[in-house]
Design a protein around this ligand. Structure first.
Ligand code: SIN
Length: 285
């Protein structure tokens, strides 16, 4: 393998990496190029991959230690033989879901920011895709911070927000949680709204998810209004990349400086993705 080919996918973020078979061991110098491209482009897509679960885990582990999925609504792993992996799917077998998030929209979020040290990366491998719908979008939070109006930057400097753990991005309550009616009482970690990326040193917005978010120390009304402004800004189309899935796609994203969301799709179609995520490599800052 001589070198990888990296092609930008959208002005905001995202690149496609060609010339790689991820099922085979990657030479260290090739992986170093992939890792650099990932830090530069935030989301990388590899097309035409056929990976077994152990192969997906082996590729994922080049980035760091695997981080098991957070609690799902059913309280047990979808892949008992690989509990460190997750399944995203609407497929049911004998009435029981084989994966999470169903066929509805999954709202904008970063993964598991309700814990003190959220995963630094996540990887999705598309095994079955619907004929249409189910597209996934990522947004670049470096750019969102850079282009944030000065008055908003000033209002959030030094501020933290609560990242609610109660609901997943499809709106389902995680097992073991209670309904939250007051965001000030939401269970979950607090993180600075402006984060310094631990590897690139660049500042970015760190919003987590909108539902039950709360800016610590503000009146609830003020926090709600400011969060609405921040979210409307951060999720503008100019900061995003849209992924239309093909079977065999593998996408890895930097969870420290991106948000993502997914479109709904026809409930009678099948969508199946296997997923890994990577632990934070150092304490969250
Ligand atoms: C996820 O949020 O990890 C899943 C996104 C998707 O289903 O495309």
């Amino acid at each position: 393998m001589a070198s990888i080919q990296v092609k930008r996918l959208a002005p905001a973020l995202g690149a496609e990496v060609g010339g790689i078979d991820l099922s085979r061991p990657l030479p260290a110098e090739i992986f170093a190029e992939i890792r650099k491209a990932w830090l530069d482009h935030l989301v990388l897509r590899f097309r035409g991959q056929t990976l077994s679960d152990p192969q997906l885990m082996a590729f994922s582990q080049l980035f760091g230690e695997l981080d098991p999925p957070g609690p799902n609504p059913y309280g047990k792993p979808f892949l008992p033989e690989h509990p460190e992996m997750n399944v995203i799917s609407n497929i049911k077998v004998e009435g029981a879901p084989i994966g999470g998030l169903g066929d509805g929209e999954a709202i904008w979020h970063a993964d598991m920011t309700y814990v003190d040290s959220p995963p630094m990366a996540a990887i999705l491998h598309a095994l079955e895709v619907p004929p249409s719908g189910g597209d996934t979008y990522w947004a670049n939070m470096y750019s969102a911070y850079q282009k944030l109006p000065a008055n908003l930057k000033k209002r959030i400097e030094g501020r933290k927000a609560v990242h609610d753990a109660t609901y997943n991005s499809a709106g389902a309550m995680r097992k073991g949680y209670q309904e939250v009616t007051d965001p000030r009482k939401a269970p979950g970690a607090q993180h600075a709204l402006i984060r310094t990326h631990p590897e690139t040193g660049r500042p970015c917005l760190f919003l987590g998810r909108r539902r039950n978010s709360y800016i610590v120390g503000m009146e609830l009304d003020e926090s709600e209004a400011l969060l609405d402004q921040l979210w409307a800004h951060a999720t503008q189309a100019e900061f995003t990349f849209r992924q239309q899935w093909r079977v065999g796609d593998v996408l890895i994203w930097d969870n420290r400086c991106t948000l993502h969301r997914r479109d709904s799709f026809d409930p009678s179609a099948r969508r199946l993705m296997h997923r890994t995520q990577i632990k934070a490599d150092r304490p969250h800052a």
